[in-house]
Design a protein around this ligand. Structure first.
Ligand code: GLV
Length: 331
C-alpha cells in the first residue's frame, strides 16, 4: 500500500556541509533523492529523477522548463532554486501549473558586491597583466611607467540595476573616493539614493555609457536586458572604461564585447559571468590581457552559500506543505 503522507524531494546537487547534514538526517515523511556527483546533473538524469517529485531544490545550472515539469508530474508543488536569479526557470509555466517558486534573495548581496569590487579593482589595476609578468619572468626593475592603471578617486561610476547588489556595490565604491554615481534601471529609486548618499543620479542609458569611468552590471537577466551591452553600447563608452559584469552573461552580447576589445575600445573588463558557463578555454575572450574572467564565484563564500542552501531548504519544505514560501521569487 502506498503511503499517501510521504512526499518526494529531488535535490540536484550536493549542498554545503551544514545543509547537506540536514538532508542526510532527513525530514519527516520526506523521501529525498539527490544527484551527488561532482558535476551538474545531466538532463537525462534530471528528467528521470524528477519523476514523482513533490518538490525540486535546484541550482542556476538546471533549466526548469515544461519538459522537467511534465517529467515530474502534476503532484509537483514547488521549485526552490539556490540562487537569487531565476532566468533559468520558466515562470509562466510554473504559474500556469500552480507551482511555487522560491529564490534566495538578500543573503548573497554582500558576497556578490565584494566580488564586483574585486573585479573593478583587479581590472582597473591591471591585475592579470601584473600577475602574468611575475609568473612569466617579465618583472624588471621598478619602473615609473610600467603597468599603470587607473584609480577610483574622483571618478564617475555607472551602476546598471540599483537593486540590493547595486546598492551594496555603490556603498563599497563610495569608500574609494568615487565622486558621482549614475544609475539605470526600471525606475528611479529615491530610497536607495538616500542610502548611498552623495552625488547620485538616475539617468538615461546613453548618458551613463558616455560619462561613466567604471560601469558595473548588477541587473537581472530578462527580455529587456538580454544583450543590452552590445557593440554599439561599448562604442559609446569612454576608451578608458572599466566594465564589470557580475550579474548574468546573457546581458552582454559577447561577440560585440570581443569586437570592442579587439578594436581597443575598452580600458579593461572584469567578468564573473559569461555565455556559456563554463567558458571554453579556447574562447577568444580569454586572449585579452585587459580582460579578467572569473568562474561565476560572485556568491562563493562558505557563509553565503550556506545561507543560500538553508533558505532553499526552507523554501522547498514550505512549498511541499503548500505553505507560503519564506522567500518567493516576487518577494
Ligand atoms: C547567482 O548568480 C545567483 O543568482 O544566485
Amino acid at each position: 500500500m502506498t503511503d499517501l503522507q510521504r512526499q518526494r524531494l529531488l535535490v540536484t546537487r550536493t549542498l554545503p556541509q551544514a545543509s547537506q547534514a540536514r538532508l542526510d538526517k532527513g525530514f519527516k515523511d520526506v523521501d529525498i533523492v539527490q544527484w551527488k556527483e561532482d558535476c551538474a546533473i545531466p538532463r537525462s538524469e534530471f528528467l528521470k529523477m524528477a519523476k514523482g517529485a513533490d518538490g525540486i531544490l535546484c541550482l542556476l545550472t538546471d533549466n526548469i522548463d515544461a519538459e522537467v515539469l511534465n517529467a515530474a508530474g502534476p503532484q509537483l508543488k514547488v521549485v526552490s532554486t539556490m540562487s537569487v536569479g531565476y532566468d533559468h526557470v520558466n515562470v509562466p509555466e510554473l504559474e500556469s501549473r500552480n507551482i511555487a517558486l522560491g529564490i534566495t534573495p538578500g543573503v548573497l548581496t554582500e558576497a556578490t558586491a565584494d566580488t564586483t569590487v574585486l573585479l573593478v579593482l583587479a581590472a582597473a589595476r591591471r591585475m592579470r597583466e601584473s600577475m602574468d609578468a611575475v609568473t612569466h619572468g617579465k618583472w624588471g626593475a621598478w619602473s615609473p611607467t610600467w603597468l599603470l592603471g587607473s584609480q577610483l578617486t574622483d571618478k564617475t561610476v555607472g551602476i546598471v540595476g540599483l537593486g540590493r547588489i547595486g546598492v551594496a556595490v555603490a556603498k563599497r565604491l563610495k569608500a574609494f573616493g568615487v565622486q558621482k554615481f549614475l544609475y539605470q534601471g526600471t525606475r528611479r529609486k529615491e530610497e536607495s539614493e538616500k542610502t548611498i548618499g552623495g552625488e547620485i543620479e538616475f539617468v538615461a542609458m546613453e548618458r551613463l555609457l558616455k560619462e561613466s569611468d567604471v560601469i558595473c552590471v548588477c541587473c537581472a537577466l530578462n527580455d529587456k536586458t538580454k544583450n543590452m551591452f552590445n557593440y554599439s553600447a561599448f562604442s559609446k563608452m569612454k576608451g578608458s572604461v572599466v566594465f564589470v559584469n557580475t550579474a548574468r552573461g546573457g546581458i552582454v552580447d559577447q561577440d560585440g564585447l570581443i569586437r570592442a576589445l579587439k578594436e581597443g575600445k575598452l580600458g579593461s573588463v572584469g567578468l564573473d559571468v559569461t555565455v556559456p558557463e563554463p567558458l571554453p578555454k579556447d574562447s577568444e575572450l580569454l586572449s585579452f590581457s585587459n580582460c579578467i574572467v572569473l568562474p561565476h564565484i560572485g556568491s562563493a563564500t562558505l557563509e553565503t552559500r550556506t545561507a543560500m542552501s538553508e533558505i532553499a531548504i526552507e523554501n522547498v519544505l514550505s512549498g511541499m506543505k503548500r505553505e507560503r514560501l519564506p522567500f518567493p521569487h516576487d518577494a
